[in-house]
Write a protein that binds this ligand. Structure first.
Ligand SMILES: [Zn+2]
Length: 410
């Protein structure tokens, strides 16, 4: 059943290279519609919350009573892999199907969430579906534009059926006291579990990040042959200088044992005017730092801004920043981690406790004070690419661990 579900959702969102499930867009809605139909065929109850996320439960369950929530996201990056997000939604659904089939519901009713809009690739912001539930989407977020269509997030959310008045009011769309635990199964997106031959892992915490989608370095364009070095205001050399300085700071911080990763994933000159023989007068680039520590994120960010000021003086350029985006690091609940670990041991599955470098919806729940935990499934070839490869032989024991952990919660 599981393999078939993955296959069918892949077919619905295939783009010729990988899968494309746009946040609050076509591919994501296709996956949502398919899973809704599947759940209804299985006799499950399906509802949609104020942010257009799907919520599955056993039939006849009152959604406004204390419950265990389990979920993950329905969207993908452009030309992404089939398992990032989807694995967690299908795992939760299989737990519900098992409860239904065996007529043994968990002591606390299980609600399975299929979140929309987790990936930052589409609107430059992550956790939109879960963030809206916590009342965390502001006017600036809702005005963000989709990378291909230019449509605003507010428009796309409305099209998907979200309650925009409620979201604009920025009040929580659910009573968080009713969520006694939040569990999320997810593929590992890094290479650690494959290298250590671990089918499963319990996640200890999730790195947060600080980002700018776009920083503009502005200098002065000129003929590459005639402007001497001392008179140049070359935006590209300035950006390169900045990146090298940040790399050196990063190296030193790592030597001191700091948890940090730094990335500039986008760098561009204006294609309409750039040429081999032109000194670039303007370069746009992105900035991202991730860490388990909030203090490290803040300190490194301030270091970056200080270097921009120094380079600005030395190279006669200036840096203009778009809005700073921040996702808080999160710590998983000790008791839930312990329970997941015990269940792995009891079922005889090799596992370890590891941190998550990538962000997940679970971090919002943890930071809202809801006991949260994550289970990672081994996955080959990394993630956010078409070559993600999770084995069913790793996934099914993961579903079993999730199912038994939910059954043990009271
Ligand atoms: Zn994901």
């Amino acid at each position: 059943m599981a393999e078939d579900l993955f296959k069918q959702v892949r077919a619905l969102s295939a783009d010729g290279v990988g899968v494309t499930r746009e946040s609050y867009g076509r591919g994501e809605s296709a996956a949502a519609d398919f899973l809704r139909d599947f759940a209804l065929q299985q006799g499950l109850q399906v509802s949609v919350d104020g942010a257009a996320n799907l919520r599955f439960s056993l039939p006849g369950i009152d959604l406004n009573t204390p419950a265990i929530w389990c979920g993950s996201h329905l969207d993908s990056v452009p030309q992404g892999g089939n398992y990032d997000g989807l694995a967690g939604v299908i795992a939760g659904l299989l737990c519900l199907v098992e409860q239904q089939r065996s007529a043994r519901p968990s002591a606390l009713p299980l609600q399975v969430l299929g979140f929309r809009g987790e990936e930052s690739a589409w609107f430059g912001k992550a956790y939109m579906g879960s963030g809206a539930l916590f009342g965390k989407l502001g006017a600036e977020d809702l005005a963000l534009k989709q990378r291909n269509t230019g449509e605003t997030l507010a428009h796309c959310m409305q099209q998907a059926g979200a309650d925009m008045d409620a979201i604009r009011a920025q009040a929580p769309l659910f009573d968080k006291r009713l969520v006694r635990a939040y569990l999320e199964l997810h593929i590992e997106q890094g290479p650690v579990m494959v290298a250590r031959e671990l089918p499963l892992a319990v996640v200890s915490g999730i790195r947060g990040n600080v980002r700018h989608n776009r920083i503009e370095c502005i200098g002065e364009a000129g003929h590459s042959g005639v402007v001497p070095r001392w008179l140049r205001r070359d935006a590209m050399f300035a950006v390169a200088d900045l990146i090298m300085r940040l790399d050196e700071h990063w190296r030193v911080l790592l030597e001191r044992g700091t948890d940090l990763v730094v990335t500039t994933g986008v760098v561009s000159t204006d294609a309409a005017e750039h040429s081999i023989s032109r000194i670039p007068g303007q370069v746009g680039f992105s900035f991202e730092a991730r860490s388990k520590s909030q203090d490290t994120l803040e300190a490194f960010y301030q270091l970056m801004r200080a270097e921009c000021r120094a380079i600005g003086r030395e190279r006669q350029v200036r840096f203009e920043f778009d809005r700073r985006l921040l996702s808080d690091p999160a710590t998983m609940d000790g008791q839930l981690c312990e329970l997941l670990s015990k269940t792995c041991s009891r079922l005889g599955t090799a596992f370890e406790v590891i941190p998550s470098g990538a962000g997940h919806d679970a971090s919002l729940f943890a930071n809202a004070g809801i006991p949260s935990a994550m289970l990672f499934i081994r996955n080959q070839n990394g993630s956010h690419n078409p070559d993600e490869a999770m084995e069913m032989d790793d996934f099914m024991p993961g579903v079993q661990v999730l199912h038994e952990t939910i059954a043990a919660l009271t």
